[in-house]
Design a protein. Structure first.
Length: 195
């Protein structure tokens, strides 16, 4: 069966078509990996969690009832997988050293402007490192909400579906996350003046 839309891929995958499920994985794998990375702070752990997320999704596909979008349902699974992975590590705080180990080219990063001079490039890198360190120090539910909204670009409503909570709660978490991020940046906040 040839599928041209996500709904058709879902229907075919529910009937055991693994090729259709592969299409769903391809459509969502980058965002799921990014979400796992920002939750776990380690590329290998994020890859394992993303894979586990898709395995769980495939096994539970018959339970997907289209009450939310497939992306929301899948992100909820990813959040749960990462919570489980973190719980297994006894809820140890995310160490900046894990985020700092990553090769800069492997991290989600906007395109570098062609007109950027070496000084601007250095400042941009310093800012990125400061934000990563500050994010690593945020409570997990703040970090996830902020990443989903600011980096992944999800709406409040979509995030509330992922967290299975009220939209007002999501708005509150994002606001508190922004305040906590500003506080965590501390003196490094000077890097962001005149931007």
């Amino acid at each position: 069966m040839k599928c041209n839309s996500e709904e058709q891929w879902i229907a075919a995958a529910k009937n055991g078509d693994t090729t259709a499920f592969d299409q769903l994985v391809e459509a969502h794998q980058d965002r799921i990996f990014n979400l796992c990375y920002w939750q776990l702070g380690n590329r290998d752990d994020a890859a394992d969690a993303a894979q586990d997320c898709f395995v769980r999704a495939f096994r539970s596909l018959s339970k997907f009832r289209s009450e939310s979008t497939f992306a929301t349902w899948l992100h909820r699974i990813a959040v749960n997988v990462c919570f489980d992975a973190r719980h297994k590590k006894r809820k140890a705080p995310l160490a900046y050293t894990d985020l700092g180990k990553e090769d800069e080219s492997s991290l989600p990063d906007p395109a570098t402007p062609l007109s950027e001079n070496p000084e601007q490039r250095s400042l941009r890198r310093e800012r990125q490192q400061a934000v990563r360190r500050a994010l690593a120090n945020l409570p997990e539910h703040y970090r996830i909400a902020l990443v989903l909204f600011e980096i992944e670009g999800y709406s409040y409503e979509t995030i509330s579906g992922i967290f299975k909570t009220k939209t007002g709660t999501v708005k509150s978490r994002i606001n508190r996350a922004r305040l906590a991020l500003a506080e965590a940046l501390g003196q490094e906040g000077e890097l962001f003046k005149n931007t």
